[in-house]
Design a binder for this molecule. Structure first.
Ligand SMILES: Cc1ncc(COP(=O)(O)O)c(C=O)c1O
Length: 422
């Protein structure tokens, strides 16, 4: 159905079709429109860049890239002091981070989490925590890697009743894999601070502390994949800082480009500056348009009050979504999130994941309420994601929740008819 909709213009959280119909986008594109569609300051900077110079070989743009990198590093956790601006998408930034770890410690295996998503190149598909992504590509599974349980307390893979009482069994699985499952060949662990695609899963307090200790003890390089969480999505510039993850390497993409301009970066502690240019560079990596967009985005997101606004409005968004659970609790099993990164877990009458209903909600939201939502795991999951642009106002947030309310109310009779509610 979405194939019939042609968007030709966008402003803020609004999109307009060639038929002059207005939609609201509650998920910022694919979470990459961090500053809203066609943010005027970004448009102005980009127009000028297009007129001046669109591309020069990276042999001649090093100083400009360094300048943007410095702006990003200025906002990064203090132990992160260096970086690499030769990527253009999150997948290759993650591969670059893994190359760095491999070169640094001479080991090869990667530990990732079940339900994680780190990209769609062959290698990032191989380390994905969603096996369905590998199904059609038999070669990817020949890579030796460990996928360990996710810190998914709502559906704890061990059936435990919550942290810290559980003893962080999911984190201990990492220790066991690295120590016994991999013959001491684990180079790095890659982790999303909030598992975005897997279902907006927020690890419990104490989890990251345990992960860091395990990585230190076993000399595993810790990579925070902040492709979704970075540049303000959680209300903090870096989720790594908020959750005190203390990673060795951080990867960025999506929100860095502000209005959908592809941009990516790898940040690291100084001792990880091990790559030669010829080991990880792409023709369009760190191109002038991408650098101009990244610079302006960093400037805007760093402005006084900007992230505080995301944190405060994020709380309002959370409150309104929890209210939805109060009202329609038989279908919304859990509400979780931070900043402008929220998810509603959609369940059936037995509390089991209801993927069909999740996809139906997304379809009806678009069709009847002119609102774009997304589901987890590319439609294979049961978490409805709500992630407006960081510039969304309180009015925007309320409008999104108003439409969500109408959407759930519309489906209410259906639940009764099918005896979903006893
Ligand atoms: C957490 C995470 N890492 C990496 C990627 C891959 O980024 P890209 O699509 O820019 O290659 C994504 C994309 O959705 C992502 O969500």
């Amino acid at each position: 159905m979405s194939d019939n909709i042609n968007f030709v213009k966008g402003r803020g959280i609004h999109l307009y079709t060639d038929q002059q119909e207005e939609y609201i986008d509650a998920v910022s594109g694919t979470f990459n429109i961090s500053l809203g569609y066609s943010h005027p300051e970004l448009v102005e900077v980009l127009k000028k860049q297009v007129e001046d110079l669109i591309h020069a070989s990276s042999s001649f743009t090093g100083d400009i890239a360094q300048d943007v990198l410095d702006d990003i590093l200025e906002q990064a956790p203090e132990y992160i002091t260096d970086g690499w601006m030769r990527d253009i998408i999150g997948s290759t930034a993650n591969e670059g981070a893994i190359k760095i770890a491999n070169k640094y410690n001479g080991k090869s295996e990667v530990v990732s989490l079940a339900l994680s998503h780190h990209g769609q190149t062959l290698f990032t598909t191989a380390i994905s925590g969603n096996a369905f992504r590998r199904k059609s590509f038999p070669h990817t599974i020949t890579i030796q890697n460990g996928v360990v349980p996710a810190p998914y307390c709502y559906r704890c893979p061990y059936g435990a009743k919550g942290a810290p009482a559980c003893g962080f069994l999911c984190a201990e699985a990492i220790y066991d894999y690295a120590k016994y499952g991999s013959s001491d060949n684990v180079s790095c662990m890659i982790i999303e601070p909030v598992l975005g695609n897997g279902g907006n899963i927020i690890p419990p307090e104490g989890y990251f502390e345990r992960i860091k200790k395990i990585c230190e003890e076993l000399e595993i390089v810790l990579i925070a994949d902040e492709v979704q969480t970075g540049i303000g999505r959680t209300g903090y510039m870096f989720a790594s800082e908020h959750y005190d993850i203390q990673p060795d390497i951080i990867t960025l993409a999506k929100g860095l480009g502000g209005i959908g301009i592809p941009a990516a970066a790898i940040l690291f502690r100084s001792q990880f500056a091990v790559l030669e240019k010829f080991e990880h560079s792409y023709t369009s990596g760190g191109n002038l348009l991408s650098l101009a967009a990244s610079k302006k985005t960093m400037e805007i997101v760093s402005r006084e009050g900007f992230l505080q606004n995301v944190r405060e409005n994020g709380k309002i968004l959370g409150k309104l979504l929890h209210q939805l659970k109060e009202d329609y609790g038989y279908i919304i099993g859990d509400v979780r999130g931070i900043g402008y990164m929220w998810g509603l877990e959609i369940v059936d009458k037995d509390g089991l994941p209801d993927t069909d209903m999740t996809n139906r909600l997304i379809e009806l939201a678009l069709q009847d309420h002119k609102m774009i939502l997304r589901g987890s795991r590319y439609g294979f999951g049961n978490v409805l994601k709500v992630r407006p642009t960081l510039t969304a106002t309180q009015d925007d947030i309320e409008e999104i929740c108003y439409r969500l309310n109408k959407l759930f109310r519309q489906l209410q009779p259906e639940f009764h008819e099918s005896n979903r509610i006893s």
